[in-house]
Design a protein around this ligand. Structure first.
Ligand code: NAP
Length: 314
């Protein structure tokens, strides 16, 4: 089993930045990409608010550039998925799908995953109309009516993106006020192809062999229902942190990593977790900001802390 100075789990902006800093500090560094190389930004069409890209940068391109930069300093990128982590002994050990490895310092940057609505039909129509990624699946709905669920920035961003190709976009929101910021709100409200279904939640989905045909909307005020003809439904109702591996149910031996009630990893201001030598960065430890730039910032901090930790060990 190969032992690295630093192993980073996750390849979004947090993991990628940690890899740049750790490798540049001459630490042997491995980054395990996980199931979505490039992390959540790689599923975004255009990132417009990351400094240094005045015209914006495509999500997948940003992932590639960060990887290139980290590799330049000697970081290894392992396209693998971690199955279990053993924090009971040092160096920490990881069982992966293809290989096992050990780390003197571990940086967890596994990010977060899109939240689901939790209605039974959601699974039935997954990949047959229901999606959590407009950038990935929007093109399948060229000239067709679609809907987006949610009232936050993600929902508005998806709606604006989908309006380029769909015939009509309905934003379904459970309240009558949007959570998203003013810029995206304005863009969505001013787009003639975008409509809003206020005070509504998705109660059911209907379709045929070809896929989704209708969503049943339930009014959150009086419980009445109505149908909306759509062929695509994009769910953008927030995210949950990817910390399943670290929950007691995962059966990992050794001390438990401290998680908050929502499942986010608890860290101090210096990205240190309750286990010495284990750091967390990015969305997996951040329920508040969830931006590529804040993730990159904490990835940098985690790598600096890991470097100091290894120095303290001599
Ligand atoms: P979010 O801000 O948590 O918004 C989630 C939305 O989904 C809310 O409107 C919420 O309704 C609704 N919702 C939650 N659970 C629901 C359910 N079970 N059924 C129906 N609706 C439900 O999540 P987000 O939009 O993914 O954004 C997360 C963070 O990333 C935010 O800080 C955001 O600013 C940031 N972000 C920024 C950008 C950008 O700046 N370009 C783009 C994307 C995301 P309520 O409003 O009623 O709670």
């Amino acid at each position: 089993m190969k032992t690295y100075d630093v192993v980073i789990l996750g390849s979004g902006p947090a993991g990628g930045t940690a890899a740049i800093y750790a490798a540049r500090a001459h630490l042997t560094t491995a980054l395990v990409t996980g199931p979505v190389p490039g992390g959540l930004p790689s599923t975004t069409h255009l990132i417009e608010n990351f400094p240094g890209f005045p015209e914006g940068v495509e999500g997948p391109k940003m992932g590639m550039l960060v990887e290139q930069q980290a590799r330049r300093f000697g970081a290894e990128f392992l396209f693998d998925i971690v199955e279990s982590v053993d924090l009971s002994a040092w160096p920490f050990r990881m069982k992966m799908q293809q290989d096992d490895l050990a780390a003197k310092a571990l940086i967890i940057a596994t990010g977060s995953s899109p939240r689901r609505m939790g209605i039974p039909a959601e699974k039935e129509f997954e990949h047959r109309g229901v999606s959590t990624c407009a950038t990935c699946d929007g093109r399948f709905f060229e000239g067709k009516p679609v809907a987006v669920v949610g009232g936050g920035d993600s929902a508005l961003e998806e709606a604006v993106y989908l309006a380029r190709m769909a015939s009509k976009v309905t934003v379904i929101h459970r309240r009558d006020a949007l959570r998203g910021g003013p810029v995206l709100q304005q863009r969505a409200r001013e787009n003639p192809k975008i409509d809003f279904a206020w005070n509504a939640v998705v109660a059911n989905l209907k379709g045929d062999q070809a896929g989704l045909r209708q969503v049943v909307l339930k009014d959150t005020r009086d419980g009445t229902t109505r149908t909306l003809d759509v062929q695509g439904l994009f769910v953008a109702i927030g995210h949950t942190p990817n910390t399943e591996l670290f929950k007691p149910a995962a059966g990992a031996p050794g001390p438990a990593l401290q998680l908050d009630e929502q499942g986010y990893i608890v860290t101090d201001k210096r990205t240190r977790t309750n286990i010495e030598g284990v750091f967390a960065a990015g969305d997996v430890a951040d329920p508040h900001f969830r931006q590529a730039i804040t993730a990159a910032g904490t990835g940098c901090a985690a790598a600096i802390e890991a470097t100091r930790y290894l120095e303290s060990l001599g």
